[in-house]
Design a protein around this ligand. Sequence first.
Ligand code: A3P
Length: 307
Amino acid sequence: MVKFSTRCVVACLLTIGMCFLQYNLFFRNFKFKWWIDLGKGEKSHLEKKFPSALIVGVRKGGTRALLDAIALHPKVRIVRRETHFFDSNYTLGFDWYRDQMPEVENDNEIVIEKTPAYFTNEHVPKRVYEMNPDMKLILIVRHPVYRTVSDFTQVYYNKLEQNKTLPVLSVEAFKTNEAGIEKINMEYKPMTNSLYDVHISKWLKYFDLKNFLFVNGDVFRANPLRELRKVEEFLGLERSITPSQLVFDYNKGFFCFRKTTKVRCLGLSKGRKHRSVSEDVVAKLSNMFEEHNQNFFRLINRTYSWE
Ligand code: A3P
């Protein structure tokens, strides 16, 4: 009888022990799974965020280089491709736009998008304002004559690639009016894109000048850090980009950018040799842009030496 009850007690203890072990294993497993889930949960705290700053233009002003350079800042996340949301993709809606955004880890990180076509599209200022009246707007400007030649060079090579008829700047750029006077051809985009006064006045109907930062593209190209300090300040970021992150490439003749160990230069279409333009045409372009430049300086309350 005693032997039987001893066996019973041992069996019971063994069963309890097994149950405890099973429970413990299950519980630890559960805890482990919960920990993984939590890990995943933390990851999902990375969320897409709308931009608080836009590089709106100007086309061929150095927009790509400026975006890549400001991306060196640890608190800046950029949208690498041009979304064209506020001009051509507006009907796709804000969910689509958000999908294009990078993920941020916390609220201190800011997102910047660049689409140079925004500056010259008449619908964009209102749309941007309606989305965020405090949007920070960065405009990198460049000497309008060289901007036009650069724009023309890009159009020329695009047409060459597509086997299309190749344009001649002196033919496309000007139009003779009824009085026989040669004027800017207002239907030719490489020309009208350089009429900064025309475009900025549309933006100033919605935004104050304080929403804008004007970056001097001609200075930025040769000395990026000087202009980048202004961008950091404008975006409310501490100074973080260092000279060692800006690496001058003597072959290319331009700065490249070092984020970690890798140095990234812009593609071949940036900083390529311009199509040659006669001095006569350059002088004509200078004359025609002069009045627009003065108007632009008045509107933005600062001047550039674009003689
Ligand atoms: P060019 O090709 O006429 O030299 P965007 O990116 O807005 O299209 O501007 C292109 C221009 O950026 C180039 O025009 C070039 O002059 C300028 N740029 C400024 N910094 C540059 C850099 N670090 N690398 C390449 N191009 C740069």
